[in-house]
Design a protein around this ligand. Structure first.
Ligand code: PLP
Length: 394
């Protein structure tokens, strides 16, 4: 079996979530808006999903809106708040290392007259709370930040940022917790943010299921128009199975966090030491303030895309940068924001462990990954020395 070390891209559906979903995909398939028994059973399952996910993040069930994934939750949060707040102001603040779901949504809003401020980050990928503070003026309506970065794993100094933003009245905070959710406590009242986006497939829930926490009293314009579902905030027949699968997976991930996080951090450190032992390999992201199962590096003189393919053939699934930039030759906007020149950013590798990762897999990966990196670097060096193959067989 290949070793799967790309949990930041997605995770497999866990058995308990599938077991909760199966009846809703078979016998209890009703539409939760229908009044008959089929509909009532679907409604009960949807209510249960709201209750479970809300309990998991310290919220009320009515503060949870189920969506078709992380990207949709983020779009609803940002566009919903931007359009609802337009009369008060039009300035939206974010960081340069956000996921494209955030950055492209903001770029879209710019076309309609919103002013977007994209803050720089330090070499580890952290925003400076003082700069967040400085970017807020009386026209600012929203600050959108990620809790932890998908490409380099860095955790933002969130408490400090929130404290600064809260000093300004009327500025809302949206937290993209998609990548952080399996490993960091997401407690809405303690975080003191207004909106939180989540995606089920990052914590062994189903793909195409996500949720947005909307703090009670937050004014947001729906982005999907039609029926009255999700308290008028997200029209369309609900994915009941997806919502319950998500809620079950989240509850389990949260309960297991105290065991999973330190175990994965120790395995990750072992792999990190094996890879950083190679010359010319540098860690990206923060050395300590990073997600526990997350390892990202740049390797000089190695092409990241070629390395991912070589590792795939050798039985290890990893990625360069983020899943969405895979296949693209563009260097990652995250590594550029951290100050890595394009040629170095092209040698990037992201290795992300998950709950199901075993010690044995990390033992094997600790041998395979450095060996493939060394092999590829030699191969690329010999091609560079003799690009036309004139010395071959000479
Ligand atoms: N935000 C972050 C930080 C992510 O890592 C991702 C997915 O990789 C998303 C948002 C988008 O989530 P989804 O793929 O569920 O739409």
């Amino acid at each position: 079996m290949p070793i799967y070390l790309d949990h930041a891209a997605t995770t497999p559906l866990r058995r308990e979530a599938l077991d909760a979903m199966l009846p809703l995909l078979t016998d209890d398939f009703g539409n939760s808006s229908s009044v008959h028994g089929f509909g009532r059973r679907a409604r009960a399952a949807l209510d249960e999903a709201h209750e479970r996910l809300a309990a998991g993040i310290g919220a009320q069930p009515r503060e949870i809106i189920f969506t078709g994934g992380g990207t949709e939750a983020i779009n609803l949060a940002i566009k919903g708040v931007a359009w609802a707040g337009k009369a008060r102001g039009h300035r939206l603040v974010t960081s340069a290392v956000e996921h494209h779901a955030v950055l492209h949504t903001l770029r879209h809003l710019e076309k309609f007259g919103f002013e977007v401020v994209i803050l720089p980050v330090d070499r580890y990928g952290r925003v400076d709370p003082d700069q967040v503070d400085g970017a807020i003026n009386d026209r600012t309506i929203l600050v959108s930040l990620m809790m932890a970065n998908n490409e380099v794993g860095t955790i933002q100094p969130l408490a400090e940022v929130v404290r600064r933003v809260r000093a300004h009245r009327g500025v809302l905070i949206h937290l993209d917790a998609v990548q952080a959710a399996p490993y960091l406590a997401i407690d809405a009242p303690a975080l003191d943010v207004d909106l939180i986006s989540l995606a089920a497939h990052k914590f062994e829930g189903p793909k195409g299921a996500g949720a947005l926490y909307i703090r009670h009293g937050t004014i947001l314009l729906p982005q999907m128009h039609g029926g009255t579902q999700e308290r008028y905030r997200r029209a369309g027949t609900e994915n009941v199975a997806g919502a319950l699968g998500m809620a079950v997976a989240f509850g389990l991930a949260r309960a297991e966090q105290p065991d999973t996080a330190p175990r994965l951090a120790a395995l990750r450190d072992r792999l990190r030491d094996a890879i950083l032992a190679l010359p010319g390999v540098e860690l990206t992201g923060h050395p300590r303030r990073r997600l526990p199962g997350h390892l990202s590096v740049v390797a000089r003189d190695i092409d990241g895309a070629a390395l991912v393919q070589a590792l795939d053939l050798a039985g290890v699934a990893v990625s360069t940068g983020s899943a969405c930039t895979t296949g693209s030759t563009e260097p990652s906007h995250v590594l550029s924001a951290l100050g890595f020149p394009d040629e170095e950013a092209r040698g990037s590798l992201r290795i992300s462990l998950g709950r199901i990762t075993t010690e044995q897999e990390i033992g094997e990966a600790s041998l395979i990954i450095p060996a493939e990196m060394g092999r590829l670097r030699e191969a690329q060096a010999s091609i560079a020395a003799d690009p036309l193959g004139e010395q071959v067989g000479a």
